[in-house]
Design a protein around this ligand. Structure first.
Ligand SMILES: Nc1ncnc2c1ncn2[C@@H]1O[C@H](COP(=O)(O)OP(=O)(O)OP(=O)(O)O)[C@@H](O)[C@H]1O
Ligand SMILES: [Mg+2]
Length: 461
């Protein structure tokens, strides 16, 4: 190749404009170099447009007419011979364009009006496929395209292919950036909507807890009302019976009909009625007293640090009189020390209720050796320290029909015998609401009963 063409080729191929990804700038550089190198006045880059069935001009620079053309379409339908030649994907080198079989069809419509005498078309390849052509046109008469000139034009066409690759890379990078940005956006949106969902879930949870509290308060109050109402009703009946007896007495005195015997009878009846009134008022007062005793006074329960085994020992010692009375032996197994930061008062209340229940319900006959076992086992749960307190008696147990209701307020199998049915329901509330743990029971008739209390060790965690 001539040194001049070689230098020009080297210059263009080293230019950063080719690899910038901007087709317009790359094409301008290539076309201007073709014009310079081949000493022609018109050259352009055309791309195959499969949909339109032809080639479409990207850029044609015409120095002779001082024009720049873009977006012209030549179709296979109009110039079949030219396209047949292109299909061979070889160079079309037409020294005399008006008589060359591939280009002669352009004569009247294009070559003559533009004054074009010779054409040199080079295929542009991208990834091994022809995607367009570089078209070099000589204005004036015929022109012989030398081998050097053809090689130079072919190398320029390859540089267009390189520019296309750069543009493709750029497009991919931009798309990737856009996708990344929209992905980030999406993540932000999703996070925001998840946070919103979480907030409304928390709100709903709060509401549910509130509803639950109100419901259990409602059933507590109606239960108390029901319990207290029965003795009060009997007392009211007794009192009105006394009034009736007094009325009778007064009218007998007024009429002077009162005999000694009638007076004695009246006094007896009034004694009986008043006895009933007193008894039932006492019962009502006792119920209210019990309710007050067992209902939790939240203010008296302070968050404190204590060692669990030791504390259970203290509580159980205070229950010794009751255990002795029912001839119950108890064993506390707390092998490892467990440091607690919790509400010992609530725990004491639960243990008292469970012990009381064992004495009253489990060991109500003297057929067996009454044993109580309390086992303390620490465990890790989801990174938090917990403790499991198993409270087991070997008493008479419960049938499933009783077991399913034992945590309900006012459920008791000893109604009228001192049972209010509040012990376990209060224990359950203390275990879950106050101590943030769980209380579960398993039992079978004649197989004893096991209560399992699972508690977090540190409530400030
Ligand atoms: N260890 C046990 N063995 C057998 N039955 C039990 C045991 N503990 C509880 N129960 C059953 O569960 C019921 C409910 O117990 P809960 O402590 O709530 O009420 P209660 O003991 O009957 O009355 P109180 O309010 O005076 O405690 C009891 O009536 C009894 O039938
Ligand atoms: Mg009880």
């Amino acid at each position: 190749m001539q040194a001049e063409l070689e230098n020009l080729l080297l210059e263009v191929s080293k230019s950063r404009l080719i690899d910038l990804g901007d087709m317009q700038q790359a094409e301008e550089l290539i076309i201007n170099s073709l014009l310079r190198g081949l000493r022609i006045q018109r050259a352009g880059v055309w791309m195959l447009d499969k949909e339109a069935g032809g080639i479409r001009c990207n850029l044609v620079i015409d120095l002779h007419h001082q024009t720049r053309d873009e977006d012209i379409l030549l179709t296979r339908k109009d110039f079949p011979a030219y396209f047949d030649a292109l299909d061979t994907e070889r160079t079309i080198s037409a020294d005399d364009a008006c008589s060359h079989p591939a280009t002669e069809a352009f004569t009247e419509v294009y070559l003559k009006p533009m004054g074009i005498g010779a054409m040199l078309d080079m295929p542009i390849r991208h990834r091994g496929e022809m995607v367009g052509i570089v078209c070099c046109e000589h204005i004036g008469g015929e022109k012989h395209w030398s081998q050097d000139e053809q090689s130079f034009a072919a190398a320029m066409a390859d540089l267009v292919g390189r520019a296309i690759s750069a543009k493709e890379r750029n497009d991919y990078a931009r798309k990737l950036e856009e996708t990344n940005a929209s992905l980030e956006n999406l993540v932000q949106q999703r996070t925001a909507s998840l946070e919103q969902t979480l907030d409304s879930l928390k709100q709903a949870q709060k509401q549910l807890i509130e509803n639950e509290k109100m419901a259990s308060l409602g059933s507590l109050v109606s239960g108390v009302a029901h319990e207290v109402n029965t003795p009060l009703g009997i007392a009211v009946t007794g009192a009105s019976h006394c009034q009736h007896l007094l009325d009778q007495l007064r009218s007998k005195i007024t009429d002077n009909r009162l005999t000694r015997q009638a007076l004695d009878q009246h006094i007896d009846s009034m004694y009986q009625s008043l006895n009933l009134v007193t008894l039932n008022l006492d019962r009502a007062a006792e119920l209210v007293q019990n309710f007050k005793k067992t209902a939790v006074d939240q203010h008296n329960l302070a968050l404190t640090k204590f060692e669990l085994g030791e504390y259970i020992q203290v509580v159980m010692s205070s229950l010794l009189p009751m255990l002795k009375k029912h001839q119950v032996n108890y064993l506390l197994r707390a092998d490892e020390p467990v440091a607690m930061h919790s509400y010992p008062g609530a725990l004491a209340q639960i243990l008292t209720n469970l012990t009381n229940n064992a004495c009253v319900h489990a060991f109500d006959s003297n057929e067996r050796r009454n044993e109580l076992l309390i086992e303390v086992t620490p465990k890790q749960q989801g990174g938090r320290q917990q403790v499991v307190i198993v409270f087991r008696d070997n008493g008479k147990g419960m049938p499933a029909a009783v077991l399913k209701d034992i945590f309900q307020p006012f459920f008791t199998t000893r109604r009228g015998q001192g049972g209010s049915g509040l012990g376990l329901s209060i224990s359950y509330n203390l275990a879950t609401a106050k101590l943030k743990g769980q209380l579960e029971a398993t039992s079978e008739p004649e197989q004893g009963t096991t209560f399992t209390l699972t508690l977090p060790c540190d409530l400030t965690d």
